[in-house]
Write a protein that binds this ligand. Structure first.
Ligand code: BGC
Length: 267
């Protein structure tokens, strides 16, 4: 069996930058047509779509806030209009609004939960409805459809100063596993990816500062910050038939961050 996504259509939310952009590009390289969703800045998403087209692939950029029910419907409608079907959803949109808990506003709590958790629910629900409607085509994939929830190591590692973010990712874990349990019998594979520290805009304050980056490496047994392609590669594998028996699992892409690195030197 080959690692090919030929003939498949993927929707990647939050695909205009960082991990989402790398995932979109990797899926396109593996043969999928890709709808690249962005929230506010169209230009990078359109540039990425153009780059994929120039390389012989199929891609469109589609705006829309994943936390807004009507916008999610429009996003799926637009994807189907362009490509006629959907095989892979990568629910990737996510953001951080960090503050010590006593200073954390309700607004920043709600913003993070709305995008990171409610947005993943809305997109997964729309994808499941679409998979059911279009039916299975074994020439395209063994599964009826695939959903990948972009989580974080903070679905298991508590994170002081980031309770909204950690709560959203903990929620993503049980959203993903409960959904996987609910729809597996129909042939829908729901899984998650939990990146650790990946060099993107979300954490450039740390990765871009030498002293802070040195401190960060103490938390990574593999002793390097991740690259967005580390996540893109895993998304391609999880979406492909090579991963056909992987159901309801989170793949951690974290250089070992979850291995209690504080115990590295015998504790
Ligand atoms: C966060 C990053 C952080 C990493 C490891 C990610 O989910 O978005 O800001 O560096 O987890 O702590």
């Amino acid at each position: 069996m080959q690692l090919s996504l030929n003939g498949q259509v993927a929707l990647v939310t939050g695909g205009s930058s960082g991990i989402g952009a790398a995932v979109a590009e990797a899926l396109a390289k593996a043969g999928a047509a890709v709808a690249i969703n962005y929230h506010s800045s169209a230009e990078p998403a359109e540039e990425l779509a153009k780059r994929i087209q120039d390389a012989g692939g199929r891609a469109i950029a589609v705006g829309g806030d994943v936390g807004d029910e009507a916008a999610v419907q429009a996003l799926f409608d637009r994807t189907l209009e362009a490509f006629g079907r959907l095989d892979i959803l990568v629910a990737n949109s996510g953001l951080q609004k960090d503050a010590p808990v006593a200073d954390l506003s309700l607004e920043d709590w709600n913003t993070v939960i709305n995008t990171n958790l409610t947005g993943q629910f809305l997109c997964a629900r729309a994808a499941i409805r679409q998979f059911r409607q279009q039916g299975r085509d074994e020439n395209i994939s063994r599964a009826l459809g695939k959903i990948i929830h972009m989580s974080s190591v903070h679905e298991v590692i508590p994170w002081a100063g980031h309770v909204n973010y950690a709560a959203s990712k903990g929620g993503v874990n049980l959203l993903m596993r409960s959904l996987a349990q609910e729809v597996a019998a129909e042939g829908i594979r729901v899984n998650g990816i939990a990146p650790g520290a990946i060099a993107t805009a979300i954490n450039e304050e740390v990765t871009g500062d030498e002293a802070k980056a040195r401190e960060l490496l103490k938390l990574i047994p593999y002793k390097r910050v991740g690259h967005v392609d580390d996540v893109g590669n895993v998304a391609v594998f999880l979406a492909s038939d090579l991963a056909d028996y992987i159901v309801g699992t989170t793949l951690f892409v974290d250089g070992g961050m979850c291995l209690y690195p504080g115990f590295e030197d015998n504790g």
